[in-house]
Design a protein around this ligand. Structure first.
Ligand SMILES: NC(=O)c1ccc[n+]([C@@H]2O[C@H](COP(=O)([O-])OP(=O)(O)OC[C@H]3O[C@@H](n4cnc5c(N)ncnc54)[C@H](O)[C@@H]3O)[C@@H](O)[C@H]2O)c1
Length: 660
């Protein structure tokens, strides 16, 4: 919260009627009154020194009165010792960093500092009085009494300042009263920040399921109970907002927190997830709404960083489709392993521009090269490989939208199959060592042109002879929030107050966060052997309808207020995606989240012949011959598709249809 500027002529009443004036800076926050009208900088330090010096003097006089039954004998001794004592005490106070004015935020550290300062000051004073000035008449009991009184007074003013400040803050409409879920490191950081001037928050308490934390105080804020007690506790401590300060929360923990927050009808926010925390610390500036990723977040994947590092560090790595959702995250994570050079290839020039901008702060020693290129252009690819000699290629460039590819069959084949074969040839000729194809769960029993082209990609990589280049495919389901995917579309509809459209009430998809998927892609790349198809564990598939309902609730709207419309399954769309073919032999790896399969391996020469025939089919009018050839290469491809291509016959084909 911005402090309001006021002038000495323009005194403002605020903070529950208390006059808040800052004489030096002319900038005042409500809490500054409780810094005892303390100005800033050198002025503030001087003010604090004088104020605490006066306290010391008052304590000395009080000690004298207590010692001599409320009389003041030996006044000469008292008044000559006082300046020395005050000077020593103020110097000790300064030495222990107690001249700052933020008494309203004083904590245990300040109390310890006071004890040390008083102890040190007393010893010094005693030694000087006794052995240097030989003031043996100075009563011994006064040394002790004065020390106790001074320690009490120095701590007392701080405590008083803090109590008054907190009561004013909680009574002030300009501060949000917050209840915090979590009493760990993140909560501690948040509470530390809340105590700073102008944070805009007052913390009422923390909730944590760890019973051992019950009753403890973090920066003076008590741990009130377990998280499930939130609705009840809010009765006694009405809050304006709930802050979920558990960055390590898994999706299921987060779903529980959100459910409890929703029951209490109080708005809630969260700190970023662990992976998104910048510089290792949370901050109240990063507080944001809970999003779908938070609810679907899983245990962080266990990555063997060293094995990935070994294959990336100091090498030239090339990523195709670098401007896309998967490609850009690949670039981000690859940079963490310090490649010598990262070559980003995409035909989307604007996308590459933004990617370069985003990556510029993470480059370290890595050289970043942005290549605008169409990967179907083999000559262009040769040029890029000749210039940069990449040793590792991640191939994420592809067309991926199922309904669009149904209408552009030849384009799908050109881009997802023949651009891949061209790239493989160039990479092999360029002495590339490892090639990774980003595949998709749509490649399993494909019902769409897009899916079948991805499957052919897997088959090509599995069947190809190694010839010095290790080729692996990584297969996984949807990543949350990728371009054109269901979540951003639903979010846009919600924002525009439109009904949410879902194709079928029963449709389910696997979901993973992009960073998690890409971290596992890198791990799979590190462990995969030539020809492997590495399949990422996607957890349980999620109903899109439930996803939409969660989105509605997270947006703060009620499910009754936002209609959901079912539009019917689109061409090529399946109700449920699968991760494996029934006949695939699946092998575990040392990583629970990664399985290996090989699937049906075509003889390379057979596959090459089929691919030549597929290429020939592209020259024939219409998509039907292309679809037929696709079905021949991938027997499991079943397309119950009425093509919109006018030259096509309606097609209902599976392998038997094609063969028949
Ligand atoms: N997004 C997901 O949920 C998801 C899940 C599993 C697998 N995949 C697979 O990952 C791959 C990438 O998906 P995405 O979500 O990042 O897609 P995307 O559309 O966000 O990115 C693809 C990128 O490839 C580029 N590209 C396409 N054709 C190109 C060409 N001929 N030359 C140069 N660049 C070209 C595009 O410009 C785009 O930037 C796809 O094969 C997809 O099937 C995606």
């Amino acid at each position: 919260m911005d402090p309001a500027a006021i002038s000495t002529e323009n005194l403002t009443r605020r903070s529950g009627g208390l006059l808040a004036v800052d004489r030096i800076n002319l900038r005042v926050t409500p809490g500054q009154f409780f810094g005892f009208l303390s100005p800033n900088g050198a002025g503030k330090t001087l003010f604090n020194a004088i104020f605490q010096g006066c306290l010391v003097f008052a304590c000395l006089v009080l000690a004298w009165l207590l010692r001599f039954e409320f009389h003041l004998p030996y006044r000469y001794l008292l008044f000559t010792a006082a300046p020395l004592l005050i000077a020593i005490r103020v110097a000790a106070i300064a030495q222990f960093g107690l001249l700052h004015g933020w008494w309203r935020y004083a904590g245990l550290r300040d109390v310890l500092g006071i004890i040390k300062a008083v102890l040190l000051g007393s010893i010094l004073f005693f030694v000087l009085m006794r052995y240097v000035l030989h003031a043996t008449a100075f009563p011994r009991s006064i040394y002790i009494l004065e020390a106790l009184l001074t320690a009490g007074a120095l701590a007392g003013v701080r405590l008083l300042s803090r109590v008054l400040h907190e009561s004013v803050q909680s009574g002030s409409g300009s501060y949000k009263r917050v209840m915090i879920i979590g009493a760990g490191l993140a909560a501690e950081t948040i509470l530390r920040e809340i105590r700073r001037p102008g944070s805009g928050y007052v913390a009422l308490g923390c909730l944590d399921d760890d019973r051992s934390k019950l009753g403890i105080r973090i920066h003076g804020v008590p741990v009130l109970g377990a998280v499930e007690q939130l609705p009840k506790l809010l009765g006694a401590h009405p809050a304006d907002e709930i802050l979920i300060a558990v960055p390590s929360a898994t999706g299921s923990q987060m779903r529980r927190f959100v459910e409890i927050c929703e029951q209490s009808h109080v708005p809630f926010k969260t700190v970023p997830a662990l992976r998104d925390i910048i510089a290792g610390e949370v901050s109240i500036r990063q507080l944001r709404k809970v999003n779908l990723e938070d609810l679907l977040n899983r245990e962080p994947a266990r990555i063997d960083l060293e094995s990935v590092q070994k294959q990336i560090a100091r090498r030239v790595v090339l990523v195709t489709g670098a401007a896309g959702s998967i490609g850009s995250e690949l670039c981000r994570q690859i940079l963490e392993y310090s490649p010598a050079k990262l070559v980003c290839v995409d035909q989307n020039e604007t996308g590459l521009f933004y990617l370069g901008h985003d990556l510029s702060s993470r480059l370290g020693q890595t050289e970043l090269i942005s290549c605008v290129a169409d990967i179907r252009d083999v000559e262009r690819l040769r040029g890029i490989f000749a210039q940069h000699s990449p040793l590792v290629v991640f191939h994420a460039a592809a067309y991926k939208h199922v309904p669009i590819m149904e209408l552009n069959v030849q384009e799908a084949v050109q881009n997802n199959v023949f651009a891949l074969t061209g790239l493989l040839e160039v990479a092999e000729a360029g002495k590339c060592e490892s090639f990774v194809l980003i595949s998709s769960d749509k490649a399993v029993n494909p019902a769409s042109v897009m899916g079948v082209t991805k499957r052919i990609g897997e088959l090509i990589l599995s069947s190809r002879p190694r010839n010095g280049m290790r080729c692996v495919s990584v297969r996984f389901g949807n990543v949350l929030g990728s371009s054109g995917s269901v979540v951003p579309i639903l979010e846009r509809q919600l924002q525009a107050n439109q009904p949410l459209t879902i194709t079928h009430p029963e449709i389910k998809r696997f979901f993973m966060t992009t960073p998690e998927a890409v971290a596992l892609v890198l791990q799979a790349f590190a462990i995969g052997e030539h020809g492997d198809i590495l399949v990422l564990d996607m957890g349980e598939p999620i109903k899109i309808l439930e996803l939409a309902q969660s989105l509605i609730r997270l947006s703060g709207k009620s499910e009754e207020a936002v209609p959901i419309r079912f539009t019917g399954l689109r061409v090529g769309e399946k109700l449920i995606e699968e991760l494996f073919y029934p006949n695939e032999v699946v092998h575990a790896t040392r990583f629970d989240e990664i399985k290996i399969t090989r699937g049906t391996i075509h003889g390379w020469h057979d596959l090459q012949r089929l691919l030549r025939e597929l290429k020939d089919s592209l020259t024939i009018d219409g998509a039907a011959p292309v679809r037929a050839k696709l079905g021949e290469i991938v027997p499991e491809y079943s397309c119950e598709t009425k093509s919109t291509d006018s030259s096509d016959q309606p097609i209902l084909q599976s392998r038997s249809a094609v063969e028949g």
